[in-house]
Design a binder for this molecule. Structure first.
Ligand SMILES: N[C@H](CCC[C@H](N)C(=O)O)C(=O)O
Length: 275
């Protein structure tokens, strides 16, 4: 199986195209190929597949073999791949994902695409729809107890679930200690991605992430979108922010007019391989 290794701000993926559908043993294949010692090493395995409704479809399998509904950094990578390899025709694409059909705008720099803008859709805030076990129109600054600590979280779905937690200093926060406990907290029936945020100003925030089914990653696109929405909802930032991630920056705009979240950031190709 031929693959292309790509990343968005260090959130890295093994990209496979040309298959009609993922192989039967996809969860096991994802675990083996994503293993950073015995396999290629990646946060996820991503398939580019035929689509009836869009230019192509994307499916993302986490490193633990679970499938995610959405993956912002991967959408930028596969759109770059598709434009450069399969159709230089149009700079606007439509990608079918588990979160619906997403519009993508490529920003070529000569032959190569360096930056990509993605319409990540409308955030879902209704408690049971994220999902959480909380029956409320929205879950904003809600207490969650983990061991002897109580955190305040805001629940946002971008197609996949996120719990966004403000802390004193996200950069120094012990993500590996608290992240796994929150990921599987009973409040989240489908588990959750966990984002820890701190604020530089009303237009800049730092975010560090513990991803569902993966663990600590260098960046999370859907998580950056969820963090921007939660930070605006709690009055800490405006709706247009720069999110500083461990792997670099994403520009997020939770648009006032259409309520959709637009994410702009880089996508890079690292190497080609054969599995
Ligand atoms: N890294 C991805 C998110 C993957 C989410 C996955 N861990 C899940 O189970 O939702 C992103 O850039 O949006």
């Amino acid at each position: 199986m031929n693959f292309t290794k790509m990343h968005g701000l260090g959130n890295d993926f093994v990209i496979v195209s040309g298959e009609e559908r993922p192989p039967e043993n996809t969860p096991d294949l994802a675990r083996r190929i994503c293993d950073r010692h015995f396999g290629v090493g990646a946060d996820g395995l991503v398939f580019i597949l035929p689509s009836e409704s869009g230019d192509f479809a994307m499916r993302i399998i986490n490193a633990d073999g679970s499938e995610a509904e959405q993956c912002g950094n991967a959408v930028r990578c596969v759109s770059k791949f598709f434009y450069e390899r399969m159709s230089r025709a149009r700079r606007e694409l439509r990608v079918e994902t588990g979160a619906g059909l997403q519009r993508v705008w490529l920003e070529p720099d000569g032959e190569k695409v360096r930056r990509v803008r993605v319409d990540m859709g409308r955030p879902v805030l209704e408690g049971k729809a994220v999902p959480t076990t909380i029956d409320a129109e929205s879950v904003v600054a809600y207490p969650v107890e983990v061991g002897e600590r109580t955190f305040s979280f805001t629940a946002v779905s971008m197609g996949n679930p996120h719990a966004v937690i403000p802390v004193e200093d996200a950069i120094a926060f012990p993500v590996e200690f608290w992240g796994p406990k929150l990921e599987v907290h009973p409040l989240f029936p489908h588990q959750t991605n966990v984002e820890f945020v701190s604020f530089r100003s009303r237009s800049e925030l730092d975010m560090r992430v513990w991803e569902r089914g993966v663990g600590r990653t260098m960046a999370c696109g859907s998580g950056a979108c969820a963090s921007a929405v939660a930070s605006a909802l709690t009055g800490r930032t405006d709706r247009r922010v720069t999110v500083h991630l461990q792997g670099g920056d994403l520009e997020i705009d939770w648009n006032e007019k259409d309520d959709r979240v637009y994410m702009t950031g880089p996508a890079e190709t690292v190497f080609e391989g054969k599995w």
